[in-house]
Write a protein that binds this ligand. Structure first.
Ligand code: KG4
Ligand code: ZN
Length: 335
């Protein structure tokens, strides 16, 4: 079964063809048109500009991916229907609905976070379930128990900023570019994480929730101190604090839920320090538990992860009707 995956929830217009066979998926082609350059001059994503850019980019990307074999190329359409910016989501879902009608193909509404989870299935290895997923992106920070496609339990979430959002805001305080995550982490590699003492918000709270806004405030105060510490040391200290909190909560949740796999998902899963720390912690503290992370290519937003999630949802018997598929900006999973 070949699925066309469509992703337009934030600032990447992305399409992919993914083939699903048995319990495996494989990427045939993945195209991502990033709007980063457009949003960079505003220092963040401007919703109206994003929607307009999706509307301009999507037909061109479709033409590119469909090529000549239009009707035969795919068996189903999977589209990210939320959460995200509603006007951006609508561009993708309306395109998906039109394609489903025109080509008479089944349609699958995929949750964007579910897409991030299933990015872990694209590397060839199948994570064993149940899996504990740490989802860290620009808009979300959540711990979710994955029991199957469409079967999730939300264990905890951030009460304020998402981890990626904190990286982006700290980047801007340090005078780095947008998106900030990769830049902060590059700078952090040259710094000493022990120079700036920072809080570890909620690390001892007995739930699985997070909070990153206090950390952001602490960085703002640090930056304005005179003399201010070196930027690389601030970046390294910030990254270490975020990683330590994410790690502590994930390990605590794993001890309670006893998953077969701990997996990392979302744009911040591209962070090398976090990947290494979580990989080592699972190995050391959770004997018999597997660790999975998405390849760097499929950690940040893409269409292949949406198509992969769509495949497993279809296998689980899900489908949506083109007549009434509505995007939902606040769609949560596992609640
Ligand atoms: O999942 P994603 O591509 O988009 C959303 O769904 O939000 O995640 C984007 C987020 C941004 O906040 C970006 O700064 C962060 O992921 N990010 C990183 C890294 N690469 C991307 N954060 C830390 N380290 C990275 N290497
Ligand atoms: Zn995302």
């Amino acid at each position: 079964m070949i699925l066309l995956g469509i992703e337009t929830s934030c600032d990447e217009t992305a399409l992919a063809f993914v083939e699903g066979k048995g319990d495996r998926v494989r990427v045939i082609k993945s195209l991502v048109a990033s709007q980063i350059k457009i949003h960079r001059r505003y220092g963040g994503v401007v919703p109206e500009v994003a929607a307009r850019s999706h509307a301009l980019a999507l037909p061109l990307l479709l033409k590119k991916i469909l090529g000549r074999e239009r009707e035969r190329a795919f068996d189903a359409i999977a589209v990210a229907a939320g959460p995200g910016l509603i006007t951006s989501l609508r561009v993708g879902t309306d395109a998906a609905r039109s394609l489903a009608l025109a080509f008479d193909k089944p349609l699958l509404a995929v949750n964007h976070l579910e897409g991030h989870i299933f990015a872990n299935w694209l590397g060839g290895r199948i994570p064993e379930l149940p899996a504990l997923a740490l989802i860290v992106s620009g808009g979300h920070t959540e711990l979710v128990l994955v029991r199957g496609a469409g079967d999730y339990l939300l264990l905890g979430a951030t009460r304020d900023d998402a981890a990626g959002e904190a990286f982006d805001k700290v980047a801007s305080m340090l005078g780095l570019g947008y998106p900030g995550g990769p830049e902060v982490s590059r700078l952090a590699e040259k710094g000493n994480p022990e120079v700036v003492p920072l809080p570890r918000p909620m690390i001892t709270s007995r739930d699985f929730d997070f909070s990153f806004s206090g950390l952001k405030t602490a960085i703002r105060q640090t930056v304005s101190r005179r003399p201010a510490p070196k930027r690389a040391d601030i970046a390294a200290s910030f990254e270490a604090a975020v990683v330590e909190v994410l790690l502590a909560k994930t390990m605590a949740a794993a001890k309670v839920t006893a998953p077969k796999t701990v997996l990392l998902a979302g744009g911040v899963a591209a962070n090398r320090a976090l990947r290494k720390a979580l990989r080592n912690a699972v190995k050391k503290e959770l004997p018999g538990v597997r660790y999975a992370e998405p390849s760097l290519e499929y950690a940040t937003d893409n269409g292949a992860m949406i198509a992969a999630a769509g495949y497993y949802l279809a296998r689980a018997g899900r489908s949506n009707d083109w007549r009434d598929l509505e995007p939902s900006a606040q769609w949560e999973i596992g609640v």
